[in-house]
Design a protein around this ligand. Sequence first.
Ligand code: ACM
Length: 541
Amino acid sequence: MTDTELIPAPRAVEGPPGPGAALGRDTTLWAAPGTETTERWLRGALGAALGLPLRPGPQDGAGVRLLLDDALAPEAYRLDASADAGVEIRGGDAAGVFWGAQTLRQLIGPDAFRRAPVRPDTVLTVAPRVVEDAPRFRWRGLMLDVARHFMPKDGVLRYLDLMAAHKLNVLHFHLTDDQGWRVEIGRYPELTRTGSWRARTKYGHRASPLWEDKPHGGHYTRDDIREIVAYAAERHITVVPEIDIPGHSQAAIAAYPELGNTDVVDTAALTVWDTWGVSENVLAPTDATLRFYEGVFEELLELFPSEFIHVGGDECPKAQWRSSPAAQARIRELGLADEDELQSWFIKHFDRWLTARGRRLIGWDEILEGGLAEGAAVSSWRGYAGGIAAARAGHDVVMCPEQQVYLDHRQDAGADEPVPIGFVRTLEDVYRFEPVPSGLTREEAAHVLGTQANVWTEVMENQARVDYQVFPRLAAFAEVAWSALPAPDARDFTGFERRMAAHYRRLDALGVGYRPPAGPLPWQRRPGVLGRPIDGPPPNK
Ligand code: ACM
């Protein structure tokens, strides 16, 4: 194992000469107060993988030692491994110690990524190393859309493990959309009874003529959510829930027809949407709608302790509001200029509502249209522009431009990607993604909290498809989010690919169904089996 094989790359690593630290059945674990999450993870995950009991031992022994160190920044760590002193991980906080343990796992080798020992009673060696490391961004996220295709709870827990292995620390949980409502809300049982199932599903992208004629659905109970949030917290991952309003709401309207624009649509006849795209069925701008969603968010705040709560705000078609006499009357009554301001009225209401409860609102960059709510943060998805405007106005930003880090887009120009939607975004494209746009002052750039990769699941029917789209690109993304990389053109992609050779062995041990490494896929080497080439980006949703 050489030091250059760590992903994401650490700030600094040295490999002093000499023998490495041996890890075996007698290796002990000493954990200072405040490092318990890592202590539990080392025994439960690493210990289980390698058959190491990691019994409690002394602080001055040559086993594994975990401690906090005030001299280090939050999330920073220092790892020392040597034959004499064993392995010591110091963290600036509990999270830093945990990230240090993730590095230790990579230093041990691929077997450390399994769930049970495949070579029992082997003495493992960690080469002598001093690793000093700290993240570039405090928001290193993955957005999972569990609305378009439901990901059962076990899959979410698995993705939290995969995030932890890549030092990612925010799960943006897209829980509602036109095609499904995935979180139990006690006071509104129809949201999941009706809203979490659809009768059939468009197969492929929006323009596809194919349907899968069987029901699709599922949801998380409140205890499932509590489990997911606690499992994430053990791994120093924050779960930020998203309830998308006022658009992307057809599943909610199918469950509670009074939420829709009943003066222009027979909302009682609506079903959970069974195709892709952006539904015209949006929320009615009534006080009753606000009260309803206050009820939803009240329950959400009990389940999710995150500072930020995501309210969506993207892609809200305005046609129904334009034609609805009730919506037009509302615009006049509120003294608003137009439908864009009506959308802002929704968002501003929940900005005040969340702020009064000690939380912060975050929304997609459309929330800039019609005036940004005072304390709101922005997920910049339609390129950099929204994020730049928000940062210049003093708002916090998470950079997740579609052109760079939407992992539903295909990874290769060949027409035989499983569902070859969207732009081509290769592993190298993701590796060269820069979250902080040039042109921001230092002060403005400080508003870029970080970045996230977004996984929209219209064309990912199951976990195997999610794995294929997400990996290996998430490894490149993790390095962008964590490591102190130079400017995009100066990034050593060849070196990254070399390190990926080791990382693929880790992903193999984890059971990740990644897209095979760059270059033609095996069947593409045979002439005559390629499908129709695709000119330009086809519709992706
Ligand atoms: C989005 O992709 N509609 C945020």
